[in-house]
Design a protein around this ligand. Structure first.
Ligand code: CP
Length: 311
C-alpha cells in the first residue's frame, strides 16, 4: 500500500486507507524519538525547502526536526528573510526555488490555495503546512494519531469549539475525523461559524454545554484575532464566559475524554489554564507526535516521487 499522491495538499485529497497508512508509518517513526541517536538515513541526499510566509512555532520546528531525523538537507525561508518582502510574486518564488531542484517544498501561506498553486508549477513534492483558513493537513494527521493512541478513530463523538470560521485546523479535522467514521460537532458563536460548514461532514451546535455532552474528544480552537477584520465578538470576556472550555464544562464530556488544542493558546479565553495543564490534556503530546507524523508524510511522499521517476 502506498499513497496515491506525491503532494500533501489537504485531507480533502486523501482517502481513509491513506490516512491509516500515514498513522501506521508514524508509529514506527515515533520510536526513533525515544532513541539516544535520533536519526535514520532514510532521506539522505534529499533537500527540503521550508517556506513559511506566516509565523509558526510548532509546525515549522516540527518539520525541521522531522527532516533532521530523516537525514534530509533543509533550507529555511521566512517571509521576513525572503524576497517576498520585496514584492516577489509566489510564482516567481516558486520558479526560483524550483531552479535549485529541491525534492520537497513545505509551505505555510496566508492565502488559501497557495500550496495547490505551487504544486501546479513545481516538479517537487509540495506539503501544505497551513494555507489561510483552508487546510492544515499535517495538524489533523497528528491530532488523529494522538487520538488513535488512546481510542479507535471510528465512532467517536468529537466536539470542536471556537473560531471555526478562520480555522484551517477545524476544516482539516472535520474532514479527517468524519472520513474515519467519527461524529463531529462544531460549536462557536454564530459569527464564527462559516455558512454551509455541515457540508464538510459535521453537525453544528450553538450551545457549548450541548456540544460537550458525552464527548470523547474536546478540541478547543484559538480565537484568531489577527484575522478578525470586524466585530465578530462583543468581548473576549463574554466569549470566555459563553464558549471557553473550563473544568465545569468538561465535566459534561465522557469520563475518559481528552482535551486537545493545536496551539498557540489564548489561556483564559478559549481554554482555562487548569484544563490546558490538567490530566485530561494531551496538548503537549500533540506537539511531540507532530514530529513522527511529519516524518511519515515526508517518507511516504518520497516513495511516491521515486516510483514516478522510475516509471
Ligand atoms: N498548530 C500550529 O499550526 O501551530 P503553529 O502556528 O505554531 O505552527
Amino acid at each position: 500500500m502506498r499513497l496515491r499522491t506525491r503532494h500533501m495538499l489537504g485531507i480533502a485529497g486523501i482517502e481513509p486507507d491513506e490516512i491509516e497508512l500515514i498513522l501506521d508509518t508514524a508509529e514506527s517513526f515515533a520510536e526513533i524519538g525515544e532513541r539516544e541517536i535520533k536519526k535514520v538515513p532514510t532521506l539522505r541526499g534529499k533537500t527540503v525547502v521550508n517556506f513559511f510566509v506566516e509565523p509558526s512555532t510548532r509546525t515549522r520546528s516540527s518539520f525541521e526536526l522531522a527532516e533532521k531525523r530523516l537525514s534530509a538537507d533543509s533550507v529555511n525561508f521566512s517571509a521576513s528573510s525572503s524576497s517576498f518582502v520585496k514584492g516577489e510574486t509566489l510564482l516567481d518564488t516558486a520558479r526560483n526555488l524550483e531552479a535549485m531542484a529541491p525534492d520537497f517544498i513545505v509551505i505555510r501561506h496566508s492565502e488559501a490555495g497557495a500550496p495547490h498553486f505551487l504544486a501546479r508549477h513545481s516538479r517537487c513534492s509540495i506539503i501544505n503546512a497551513g494555507d489561510g483558513a483552508h487546510e492544515h493537513p499535517t495538524q489533523a494527521l497528528l491530532d488523529a494519531y494522538t487520538i488513535r493512541r488512546r481510542k479507535p478513530l471510528a465512532g467517536l463523538r468529537v466536539a470542536i469549539v471556537g473560531d471555526i470560521l478562520h480555522s484551517r485546523v477545524a476544516r482539516s479535522n472535520v474532514l479527517l475525523l468524519s472520513k474515519m467514521g467519527s461524529d463531529v460537532v462544531v460549536c462557536g458563536p454564530p459569527t464564527l461559524l462559516p455558512p454551509g460548514v455541515e457540508e464538510l461532514g459535521c453537525r453544528v451546535c450553538h450551545g457549548v454545554d450541548e456540544a460537550l455532552e458525552g464527548a470523547d474528544i474536546v478540541m478547543a480552537l484559538r480565537l484568531q484575532l489577527e484575522r478578525m477584520t470586524r466585530g465578530y465578538l462583543p468581548s473576549l470576556r463574554e466569549y470566555a464566559k459563553l464558549y471557553g472550555i473550563n473544568a465545569a464544562r468538561l465535566d459534561r464530556a465522557a469520563p475518559d475524554a481528552i482535551v486537545m488544542h493545536p496551539g498557540p493558546m489564548n489561556r483564559g479565553v478559549e481554554i482555562t489554564g487548569d484544563v490546558a495543564d490538567g490530566d485530561r490534556s494531551v496538548i503537549l503530546e500533540q506537539v511531540t507526535n507532530g514530529v513522527a507524523v511529519r516524518m511519515a508524510v515526508l517518507y511516504l511522499l518520497a516513495g511516491e516521487v521515486e516510483s514516478e521517476a522510475a516509471a
